[in-house]
Write a protein of this length. Structure first.
Length: 263
């Protein structure tokens, strides 16, 4: 935390010094009879926003969007948004540099605290997004049978762009008390576009062992063609009527990849 605070403080000082030199160089001949100093609260907020703007302008997409505006114009827009003029900002900056540098250091510390708070909020939001993705992955790729909420057999579906090679790695545990008839893995692919759209071509089938132990399987194959296709299948299929059987298994989809020839 201290390192982050020192980093932000150093950057803030550098950014503010840059603002001083830019404004002094550009408006040294301007009207120095300003209408008073900017209150410390607003002054701190302006410096914080100026630092953030300075950082955002290093992002290529943002820099490109605002390429017609120079740094001075950006800072002036920030100052005006708080209801002040650049002459007031210049006078306030000069006052603190020349007459009260300790107060200026205190202001830098406040800016650092504000920036750290922003950074923590962003980090917290990123962690929420990561957690949501992990939960979705668990829900989509981890199946436990029996599952009364599962509307269909546990399966998968991926959009692919052949020609290329796919690799699917998954783990299955089928318990001895499983009552499904010949549980197995089945997969297929079909073109999503063109004259062969919807025509299913089946791939390899894997029969499972009911020994209560996890078994990892790797299914790999090449798919030809030049149109968008769908690779799908069921991790757990069986030959008997599901209404008269009881499944007991765990399925974990570990990884899927497709490497097209044009990569």
């Amino acid at each position: 935390m201290n390192n982050s605070r020192n980093k932000h403080t150093a950057y803030a000082i550098g950014a503010v010094i840059s603002i001083v030199f830019i404004m002094s160089a550009s408006y040294s001949c301007g009207d120095k009879s300003a209408r008073g100093l900017i209150p410390e609260k607003d002054f701190t907020a302006i410096l914080s926003d100026s630092y953030l703007a300075d950082g955002l302008l290093t992002v290529p997409a943002i820099r490109s969007t605002f390429s017609k505006k120079d740094s001075v114009s950006s800072y002036i827009d920030i100052i005006k948004s708080y209801g002040y003029t650049y002459e007031q900002m210049e006078k306030t900056l000069n006052y603190y540099f020349m007459n009260d540098p300790k107060a200026l250091i205190s202001i830098y510390d406040k800016i650092s605290v504000n920036l750290n708070a922003i950074e923590l909020n962003i980090t917290a939001e990123q962690q929420k997004e990561i957690f949501a993705i992990e939960e979705k992955t668990k829900k989509d790729f981890h199946f436990s049978l029996p599952d009364p909420e599962l509307k269909r057999k546990p399966g998968f579906s991926y959009d692919i762009y052949p020609p290329g090679i796919f690799t699917l790695v998954f783990s299955v545990t089928v318990y001895p008390d499983d009552q499904s008839y010949h549980p197995f893995f089945i997969s297929w692919y079909s073109a999503a576009e063109g004259p062969d759209a919807g025509k299913i071509k089946y791939l390899q089938e894997i029969r499972y062992i009911k020994d209560g132990r996890p078994h990892t399987y790797t299914v790999k194959g090449r798919i030809e063609g030049n149109r968008k296709s769908t690779l799908g299948g069921f991790f757990f299929d069986y030959g008997n009527n599901p209404g008269f059987s009881w499944q007991h298994a765990e399925i974990l989809n570990l990884n899927f990849s497709f490497i097209g020839d044009n990569r």
